[in-house]
Ligand binder design. Structure first.
Ligand code: ADP
Length: 260
């Protein structure tokens, strides 16, 4: 009798990833990608291997932020090889930004095309062994969020980190994110209040430009952990590009211990 052919084992590129975190925000510009990058650097400094998956298909800012804008993604047998941020290969990044010919290309994509790409990102990136995979999502709750949560479900993500600014409008948007997490069964790891106060470059004193404490109040009210504040700091963007972990300069501003 002819030998039965064995089914090819399904490729599983996330099999060696220990923790999966998603970073969410109610709207754009609150610092979601900045916090994602900071988290990655903080975890790297704690000796962890970290991958960043940027699924903000219409505004992929991770490559620019981590100074890898002109990097190219290569293929290997297991799939796409992510871009490494550092020589030691402790932070790897996959972003639509590496695949587009022009930065504006994805803006007009419809839902099904985005969903297909997200599925491919989940299955086809050869991350290797990772302690953490951090997923940077688009603002709000869109098709992309539903796709990524569904595709990741079988890997049981640790949960979501919600980023907000202190202003009420942004905080109203975070409420919707909390509802999204509840409805999709995604645990909420906590809320980070970004741009909370301004650090004067001359005297290092922190001034509250906007009101402060909204994120903390919301966390309390919703019964989710408050992970900390990150002040507005003019040097932050530059330090990120240079791969310096900025949070370390503000040990009181963010408690990532809750996550790591
Ligand atoms: P999002 O991902 O939510 O759209 P980004 O992380 O791209 O937001 O941040 C928007 C802009 O604000 C970027 O130019 C970023 O460098 C800047 N930014 C974010 N957080 C801070 C901060 N704490 N201090 C100074 N600039 C910040």
């Amino acid at each position: 009798a002819p030998k039965m052919e064995e089914a090819a084992p399904e490729k599983d590129n996330l099999a060696s990833v220990d923790h999966i975190l998603l970073v969410l925000s109610g709207k754009g510009g609150v610092g979601k990608s900045t916090i994602t990058s900071e988290l990655a650097l903080a975890l790297r400094n704690a000796g962890k291997k970290v991958g960043i998956l940027d699924i903000d298909l219409c505004g992929p800012s991770i490559p620019r932020m981590l100074n890898t804008l002109n990097s190219a993604v290569h293929q290997c047998d297991a799939g796409w090889v992510p871009v490494y941020v550092d020589k030691e290969k402790t932070i790897s990044v996959m972003s639509i930004g590496f695949l587009l010919e022009t930065q504006d290309e994805a803006v007009i994509w419809r839902g099904p095309k985005k969903t297909a790409l997200i599925k491919q990102f989940i299955s086809d990136v050869a991350w290797g062994e990772l302690d953490y995979l951090i997923v940077d999502t688009p603002p709000g709750t869109s098709d992309e969020h539903i796709s990524v949560v569904e595709s990741l479900r079988r890997y049981k993500p640790d949960g979501a980190v919600l980023v907000t600014t202190p202003q009420a409008v942004s905080i109203g948007d975070v409420r919707r994110e909390l509802t999204f997490c509840k409805k999709t069964g995604l645990p909420v790891l906590g809320i980070i209040e970004n741009m909370s106060g301004f650090v004067c470059p001359n005297c290092s004193e922190c001034t509250n430009v906007f009101s402060t404490g909204g994120g903390e109040a919301l966390a309390q009210e919703s019964g989710v952990p408050f992970l900390g504040r990150v002040p507005l700091d003019p040097q932050l963007t530059r330090s990120l590009e240079e791969g310096r972990d900025f949070i370390q300069a503000f040990p009181e501003s963010a408690t990532f211990d809750a996550i790591s």
